[in-house]
Design a protein around this ligand. Sequence first.
Ligand code: ADP
Length: 306
Amino acid sequence: MDGPGCPLSGGAGAPGAASACAGCPGQAACQQGTNTGPDAGIAKVKERLGQVKFKVLILSGKGGVGKSTFTSLLGRSLASKFPEKNIGILDIDICGPSQPRVLGASGEQVHNSGSGWSPIFIEDNLSVMSIGFLINSPDDAIIWRGPKKNGLIQQFLTEVDWGQLDFLLIDTPPGTSDEHISLVTSMREANLTGGILITTPQELALLDVRKEATFCRKMKIPILGIVENMSTFVCPKCSTESEIFPRANRKEEVEATLLGSMPLDPRLARCCDTGKDPLIEMKDSPAMISLNSIVNNFLAECKFQP
Ligand code: ADP
């Protein structure tokens, strides 16, 4: 697909003419000129995602606080707790897509067919779609302008063939950008369940997360809660936990439930770098015990009935 604003090809040339168009599920609509209009987009998102029971945004005020790590852990944990439920992870962190690496799916090829892009399956009931699968190399710098990014987000929301999903976890870029507004606007009739805010104990992250909370309120996204990551450090040798960042009272600052705190554990960073499953590799660690409690609190906030 190569129409104006086509997120994959750069928008030059005749619709459907570029080699990048080959196999794109949006090609026909692009050629017929039916791929336009915000209302049509909202209706398509509703049609594609309306049946997904829980649609959750994972947000953070700034990068590097563990948003992608937590998204992958939440996905893995839900998939292992509920083998009969289907979980999808959508990575729209366009400038730094890390789900392929964290979930051990780097280098996988995404296929497309008449019914859309097929996500990559990590487990039988855990699938992922990421911009990381569509670029040539993980080192490719992706410097895209607003309309192009928004076009891709729209495609991700409407053209991924997830099959039947119970949970869709959306890993968003840090901050509150155009992409967030575009995402939330597109999803406004598809019933977003809410957002989880990821932060670290430092004051700066806290200030950033307060902006994120304000964004959620303005956009009428229910805040399911806050996850405080890297709250303490766990020594991998003796398992002693120590506090390394100054702590601030985030609960009152942003008026949201604290779903829980997860310690900083070098083993977790290693698992994420190598795509291994921390739920298996470091099963009884303080980090995984905290994760379990966070996931249970999240399910309670969602009023989930197994
Ligand atoms: P973000 O998505 O917010 O930019 P990432 O999830 O990519 O952040 O995490 C940034 C880095 O911190 C990664 O290398 C990740 O492995 C590491 N990390 C995140 N949370 C933890 C943790 N609790 N313990 C150890 N390392 C962590």
